[in-house]
Design a protein around this ligand. Structure first.
Ligand code: XLS
Ligand code: CA
Ligand code: CA
Length: 437
């Protein structure tokens, strides 16, 4: 069966093309700073938004029209796999990502659920073998079912902890079997609604305990993919423990887990935390923990996780600027954790969303590469901190300075602080590069 008959293969046609089903900037073979765009960007399609989303919201019923409508249970799961691989092929994307519950339905017991999961994993494995498509990451859904109403690893109920642990065990086995390059932990309901009923210390320790068990089990079965934590400050719980990159890094360090985990940074989660996307990438990068990216954007006028396709060129450029300085994404990639709007209900909108996002990141890559090549901001930063490269500044940096040595140095010195930060000039230069590259 053909699921998307209205679309043939999406090709690169260049910026002058007016074909909405063609790439204007994403040219997989184009070389940028020694690597192809495909190697830099490592795009992934998220299974949940693309193949399971129905368009219902708190005020309305499903709106999506999908070629697999009308199927149920395992039949539906199988139709979705067939449609997914047609979609990956037509869009020319190598990677995909899924939660366990996106690909197969729940049974009456975990044993039965795992049986369903295995059947679909068998099917995925065959399709992956015959098409060369790859799994960027998988994860366990530890938040949708009512059993997780109080959290998973941070639930007050130890049976729920055990259930979550068993699901993670299975998830790692699936990751190993499908050759996933990463395995993600997003703390869906790992947080609290009110401190009045919460043992904060026990919940944080238990979260670390589950992560330790997962790292140990990954080693035990020889899963060599990167383990990733995805920070998010709020939603669905009022406060989530993996609030942002800095909080998550401190948590991992406190619990001796920093050498086993990196971060999966999502743009919309960054802005929900009151940060820019590039802030989260920068913080992770300097700690050697920039693992992978959930590429999307929020709406600055809305205070929740809208998971829109990324089209803001400033954001994609500044994100790629960080990623290039990280030496790339390594095992990570750019996963479109993004959904079409509820009113964009036709199957072809799924292509338009991804094409928009892929072109926005391809353009961001080109501009960021040029900025780095020309050392535009690097030079500014270097000059701005010049005072630390010799003299008294060098003694601060090399650790030989003391409060007394600094006092002796400054006591009678006339201080000049009047060098401009040149912010407006720098923003104008950024605009110029965006328009001219
Ligand atoms: C939800 C998260 C989720 C993770 C995977 O806000 O973005 O989709 O990426 O569990
Ligand atoms: Ca995400
Ligand atoms: Ca999200």
């Amino acid at each position: 069966m053909v699921y998307f008959p209205e679309v043939s293969k999406v090709e690169y046609e260049g910026p002058k093309s007016r074909n909405p089903l063609a790439f204007k900037y994403y040219n997989p073979q184009e070389r940028v700073l020694g690597k192809t765009m495909a190697e830099h960007l490592r795009f992934a399609v998220s299974y949940w938004h693309t193949f399971t989303l129905q368009g219902n919201d708190p005020f309305g019923l499903p709106t999506m029209i999908r070629p697999w409508d009308g199927y149920q249970g395992m039949d539906l799961a199988k139709r979705r796999v067939e449609a997914a691989f047609e979609f990956f092929d037509k869009l020319n994307v190598t990677y995909f990502c899924f939660h366990d519950r996106d690909i197969a339905p729940e049974g009456a017991t975990l044993r039965e659920t795992n049986r369903y999961l295995d059947e679909i994993v068998d099917m995925l494995e065959e399709y992956m073998k015959s098409t060369g498509k790859k799994l960027l990451w998988n994860t366990a859904n530890l938040f949708s079912h009512p059993r997780f109403v109080h959290g998973a690893a941070t639930s007050p109920n130890a049976d729920v902890f055990a259930y979550a642990a068993a699901q993670v065990k299975k998830g790692l086995e699936v990751a190993k079997r499908l050759g996933a390059e990463n395995y993600v932990f997003w703390g869906g309901r790992e947080g609290y609604e009110t401190l009045l009923n919460t043992n904060l210390q026990l919940e944080l320790d238990n979260l670390a305990r589950l992560l330790r068990m997962a790292a140990d089990y990954a080693d035990e079965i020889g899963f060599t993919g990167q383990l990733l934590i995805e920070p998010k400050p709020k939603e669905p719980t009022k406060h989530q423990y993996d609030f942002d990159a800095a909080t998550t890094i401190a948590f991992l360090k406190t619990h001796g887990l920093a050498d086993r985990f990196k971060l999966n940074l999502e743009a919309n989660h960054a802005t929900l935390a009151g940060h820019t996307f590039e802030h989260e990438l920068y913080v992770s990068r300097i700690h050697g923990m920039l693992g992978s990216v959930d590429a999307n954007q929020g709406d600055p006028l809305l205070g929740w996780d809208t998971d829109e396709f990324p089209t803001d060129l400033y954001s994609t450029t500044l994100a790629m600027y960080q990623i290039l300085q990280n030496g790339g994404l390594h095992k990570g990639g750019l996963n479109f954790d993004a959904k079409v709007r509820r009113a964009s209900m036709t199957p072809v909108d799924l292509f338009h969303g991804h094409i928009a996002g892929m072109d926005a990141f391809a353009r961001g890559l080109q501009v960021a590469a040029k900025l780095l090549e020309d050392k535009v901001f690097e030079q500014v930063v270097e000059e701005r901190y010049q005072s630390y490269s010799d003299g008294i500044g060098a003694t601060i940096v090399n650790g030989t300075a003391t409060l007394s040595s600094l006092e002796a140095y400054i006591l009678d010195k006339e201080l000049s602080v009047h060098s401009s930060g040149r912010q407006e000039q720098l923003l104008a230069i950024l605009n110029q590069y965006l328009l001219e590259t």
